[in-house]
Design a protein around this ligand. Structure first.
Ligand SMILES: Nc1ncnc2c1ncn2[C@@H]1O[C@H](COP(=O)(O)OP(=O)(O)OP(=O)(O)O)[C@@H](O)[C@H]1O
Ligand SMILES: [Mg+2]
Length: 233
């Protein structure tokens, strides 16, 4: 069994479900990307997994335990972190204060964890006392990612961590995701830009209209006809 497994998820908002029996999984030390056109249900799936939406059918397991319907705060303590599509940092707080806020669940030394995270994000370390609102858009995105790591997650779900960034900065964010994978974290990443995502991901799930279309190791999925058809239109 994978470290994170979502099987046959049916979920949505008011009205008919958006997701129709969607399944995805993620492993430690691995980056799995979720691709699909606008409105495919990628964010809905992320929200359902982290307990922000009611799951009508299906099961989510984390590290072998059933977590279906468990809320975000409980899940953070169990090692599942979530970066929403519209993320928020605290503008008026410094970089280091943002990280400390992010570490509210950790048991051990907060300072030690901040140091670990700064080692991974040396640029943020340089700006540690700067107000977050004064950072560039790209650096703010890095801070959101860094803050997520403060909880020392086993699995992290990132919903479009590069949205709105320049290609150069998107690449830098992806390099950072690679380093997070190197720590052993399992990453499940929603990404609009299929090309950059497939350059970095180990495996791919393609969704369209609330359903699984295809999935597998990146090298295999990349050449499939339906990928080109659905993603290029
Ligand atoms: N809060 C909401 N209330 C009702 N319907 C919603 C809500 N959010 C999304 N939807 C609908 O659910 C469907 C899937 O949306 P979702 O945001 O999951 O897609 P997505 O794949 O993340 O798209 P994008 O690439 O644009 O972020 C769409 O039809 C959308 O209109
Ligand atoms: Mg989305």
């Amino acid at each position: 069994m994978s470290d994170l497994t979502a099987v046959g998820i049916t979920a949505g908002y008011d009205g008919p479900p958006v997701l129709d029996k969607v399944s995805v999984n993620a492993e430690a030390h691995t980056t799995t990307v979720i691709l699909g056109p606008n409105g495919a249900g990628k964010s809905t799936l992320a929200k359902a997994i982290v307990g922000l939406l009611t799951i009508r059918e299906g099961t989510v397991t984390l590290l072998g335990e059933n977590i279906t319907g468990m809320g975000p705060h409980k899940l953070v303590r169990r090692g599942l972190a979530y970066l929403p599509q519209l993320m928020n940092i605290f503008d008026q707080m410094s970089v280091i204060e943002n990280l400390e806020m992010g570490g509210y669940t950790i048991q051990g030394s907060l300072n030690q964890r901040v140091d670990t995270v700064f080692e991974l994000f040396p640029d943020l370390a340089k700006d540690r006392h700067k107000k977050s609102g004064e950072l560039s858009g790209g650096q703010q995105r890095m801070l959101a990612l860094a803050r997520l790591l403060m909880t020392d997650p086993k699995v992290a779900i990132l919903d479009e961590p590069t949205a709105g960034l320049s290609p150069l900065y998107a690449e830098r964010v992806w390099e950072q995701i690679d380093r997070i994978r190197g720590l052993g974290v399992g990453l499940l990443v929603v990404e609009q830009n299929a090309s950059i995502a497939m350059d970095h991901a180990d495996s791919v799930f393609l969704l369209a209209q609330g359903r699984n279309v295809t999935s597998g190791p990146t090298a295999e999925v990349r050449g499939r006809d339906e990928v080109a058809r659905i993603l290029v239109g």
